[in-house]
Structures are given as C-alpha cells and as structure tokens.
Design a protein around this ligand. Structure first.
Ligand code: SAJ
Length: 454
C-alpha cells in the first residue's frame, strides 16, 4: 500500500489531481509486465488466459471457488485439454502462476479478468449470479489503480448497468480511481489453429481511458486487440457471432426438413452450394444444437431485446427450429425402421457419439442425449458408444458406453450416428450395420442401401 500512499501524497502536492497518476502508474506496470494480474474463474477460458499472461512474464494469480481446481493448478496438473500439464507446471514452477480460492487476493492485484459462467435459468432468463458474486467480492477488496475486465458472455448493458454500480459502491470512481472494460471470450475449446494468443480480442471500455488501459494489457499477450466504442458494443459483438451461428444452423435444419418432404438430398445440395466461391458459408443439419455457447447466448440477446420492446422473432424462431431436431431425428429413425417392417418399440438402437459436437468429451446440452431419451420414451432399447464418454444418464438410468465391435453392430436393429467423432471406424460401421441413420453425413464415403441420412 506504500506505493499508493506515495501516489496520494504526491498528488496532494500537485493540488489533488491524482487522477491521471493511477492510469499512468498502471500503464507503466503493464508495459514493464510488473503488474500483478489476476484471473477470476479458471475454466476453459480463464486457465488458458492465465497461461498466456504468465507466458509473457506477468505474475498471475488465478482465483477459483473450486478447491480441486486450485490444488490441481498449484500442482501443475491441468484439467483443461487446451492447457498441457507441461505448460502449466512450467508456469507454476517459475512462480509466474499460482491459484487460490481467496477472492481477497484481489486486493494485491493490479488487473482482474473475470471469466465466470453465464448460464441460463430454467425459464431461459440470463443468470448473472456468478458474475455478481465475483464483482461483489472484488468490490470488497477494490483499491485505486485497478483494472477490471469482464469476459463472460452476457447481454449488452451488463458491464455498465450491473458491474459498474457494484464497483462504485466502494466510493471509487470509474475512469479516475479504477478502470472497467468488457472483452468477450472467444475460446473455441480444442481448436488447434485459433488460440487465446491469436484470436483477436475485441475491447470496450466504460471510459476512453478504461479502454486504453485494457487494450494495452491485451496487447502484451494477444496478437491483436480491437477497441470498440463501448462495453455495450463489445458485449453485442459476441452475441452477434454466436447468434449468427444459431440462425444459420437453423436454416440448414429447415433446409433438411424441406428437402426431406421434397425427396431431395440436403447434403448434396449443401455440398454443391459450397462451390460458390463467394457469398455462401456452409452450415449443416444435425440432430440439434448443443454446447454451452450456441444454445445459450442468443437467449441473452432476445431477453435484452424484449426488455427494450423489440421482438427478435428470427432469433427465437431459429431456436425453435433447432430445438425440434431431436424429435425429427427420432421420427426419422422410426420411419427408417418402418420401411424395413420393424417398429421402434422394442427395437435395439445403438447411438454412435453422445457429445455435443465431434472430438470433444462435452455432453452439455448435447442433442444426442435428447434423441436417446426420445427413442427410449417410445419403447426402444438404447445403448451408445462414444470413445470420449464412459457413461450417461438417460431418463434417470445410467448407461455405459459399449465397445464398437462387429458383433455389437450386427446385433442392432438400427445404428444412429449422432456425433461424428473422427476416431470412429466408419468402414466397420458400414460393413456390419443392417440399418444406419446418419445425422452428420459421417458415412458419405460409404454409400449403401442400409444408409439413411437426416
Ligand atoms: N452444429 C450444427 N451444424 C453446424 C454447426 C454446428 O448442427 O453447421 C451444431 C454442433 O453439432 C453443436 C452446436 O451446433 O451441437 C454448436 O456447435 P459450434 O460449432 O457452434 O461449436 P461451439 O458451441 O463449441 O461454439 C464455439 C463458439 N465459440 C465461442 O463462443 C467462443 C463459436 O463462436 C465458434 O464459432 C465455434 O465454437 C466454432 O467455430 O467452433
């Protein structure tokens, strides 16, 4: 605290105009990388962020409520696939990164990036409880000269209307005593090409000085920081990015429903449309929309829009179409069995892949689970095989993953490809399955009469 006393006394000599001093002091520490930086929330966003900051020489403090995560970090054991144990251990061993559960550690930090979850409540309203808890704790330990940046995906206005008032309850003034910005996380778990370091970082500040300091921080460890005019704009950028995907996936799904009634192969249509070298971007139909981003983020936008008297019908309709796909998949499987004089009730069905997208172990909001639940509800006997998942719970019952063998495939009335993991042996599946319902066009290279596509 002696530095702060020095600043305050120095500023008193200069007639009390200590305001620019905090900014100048903080910017200098960032440039020198002597700033003590903190990351609140050590998940798939926060842990890679902390590692990138440590990599360029900052001393990083990770703050997480989960004891196991804190212990794991301090032991150099990574629980996030995008961060190898070797990289984590070297940062911890070099005393560049340590984790704690104590939010009081915030007091000693110069910058704090908040990377906590922003899920939905049961009624699909935004749930900011994790953000508010983190911000209230920071408020209790805030001091002049700190930079706070929210990264969690949220609706436009959150930083200005929710975070800022809480922090100013401390009596400190934004832009003068502390600095507040928003920068959307853009982490794509498992993406080897685009990482925290090379994904451009959009940054909005509550004041120009806030934006300037936040951009300076990111420029130390991210290849490109892109300032925008406000935190509201930065919040909206992320929602546009993910709502864009939800709406276009819904278009692909509606094309599948339409092509199905017209007897046209939607997969052939999309492949041919891809030949257009401009003005078209392929999206594909599937069994539904999963993950913790795309099914969630558009609801943050529609909630805010409706609060302000705007009716985002296209975005809501897209969600409705995407939510129909698991049921459409169940009907497709029933029709395919029916064509072979079999009924769904009592049929033995193997689900191939249960995660929300290929080559991940994440089953959050996975449409495959909804499909398997729907099949069981109609009396089918279901099982699944997924190299990344050992067991799932379907209608309250734990189901274990089975090994994918010729015998298992031959014993099934239908094999449903729900997640197109690259490690599946598709030639084995094509050879030994009497009926395949493919929701991902995973067997495009194995055309045969037993293959039915979404
Ligand atoms: N899906 C389709 N058809 C498609 C694309 C996706 O049905 O054409 C389904 C997937 O199977 C999955 C869901 O939609 O169930 C979401 O898939 P996604 O490819 O959008 O992957 P996510 O949820 O991991 O989205 C993340 C997002 N990243 C961030 O929010 C930081 C998104 O912005 C990225 O564009 C996306 O990764 C990506 O490109 O991988």
């Amino acid at each position: 605290m002696e530095l702060l006393d020095e600043i305050m006394s120095l500023s008193k000599e200069r007639g009390g105009s200590h305001r620019p001093l905090f900014a100048r002091e903080l910017k200098e520490k960032i440039r020198q990388r002597t700033a003590k930086v903190g990351v609140v929330g050590l998940g798939y966003v926060g842990l890679p962020l902390a590692i990138e900051m440590a990599r360029v020489g900052f001393e990083v403090t990770g703050i997480d409520l989960v004891r196991e995560r804190v212990d794991s970090v301090n032991s150099g054991i990574s629980y996030i696939p995008d961060v190898t144990g070797e990289v984590l251990l070297s940062a911890v061993s070099a005393n560049k990164f340590r984790a704690t559960q104590a939010l009081a550690a915030a007091e000693k930090l110069d910058t704090l990036n908040i990377c906590v979850p922003t899920p939905l409540r049961k009624n699909k309203d935004p749930d900011l409880s994790y953000v508010i808890a983190a911000v209230e704790a920071i408020r209790n330990h805030i001091r002049p000269g700190q930079l706070i940046i929210l990264e969690s995906t949220t609706y436009p206005g959150t930083t200005r209307e929710v975070v800022l008032p809480i922090l100013e309850e401390s009596g400190l003034k934004v832009g003068r005593d502390f600095f507040l910005a928003y920068s959307p996380e853009r982490v794509d778990p498992g993406n080897q090409d685009y990482t925290t370091r090379n994904i451009p970082k959009v940054v909005g500040g509550v004041t120009p000085r806030c934006a300037e300091i936040a951009v300076l921080l990111y420029e130390q460890f991210v290849e490109k920081a892109l300032p925008v005019s406000s935190t509201d704009c930065a919040e909206m950028v992320k929602l546009l990015e993910n709502t864009f995907r939800s709406v276009n996936i819904a278009l692909a799904n509606e094309m599948a429903l339409t092509c199905h009634t017209l007897g046209i192969d939607v997969w052939e249509v999309i492949e041919a449309a891809k030949s257009k070298p401009f003005g078209f971007m392929p999206f594909y139909p599937g069994p539904g929309l999963g993950g913790h981003c795309i099914p969630v983020d558009p609801y943050y936008l529609t909630w805010r829009a409706k609060m302000n008297g705007c009716e985002p019908r296209l975005i809501e309709l897209a969600g409705h179409i995407n939510n129909q796909m698991p049921g459409f998949t169940v009907l497709g499987i029933a029709d395919a069995l029916n064509e072979r004089r079999k009924c769904l009730k009592g049929a033995k069905i193997l689900g191939l892949g249960v995660t929300y997208k290929r080559d991940t172990n994440d089953v959050r909001e996975s449409p495959a689970l909804h499909v398997l639940e729907g099949l069981r509800k109609k009396g089918a006997s279901i099982c699944f095989s997924d190299p990344h998942v050992s067991s799932i719970v379907i209608r309250g019952q734990t189901v274990k993953s089975v090994e994918l063998t010729a015998d298992v495939l031959q014993s099934m009335d239908c094999v449903a490809v729900l997640t197109d993991h690259s490690t599946f042996d598709y030639s084995l599946i094509a050879k030994h399955s009497s009926l395949i319902f493919d929701t991902r066009n995973a067997l495009k290279d194995f055309p045969n009469s037993n293959l039915v596509r979404l």
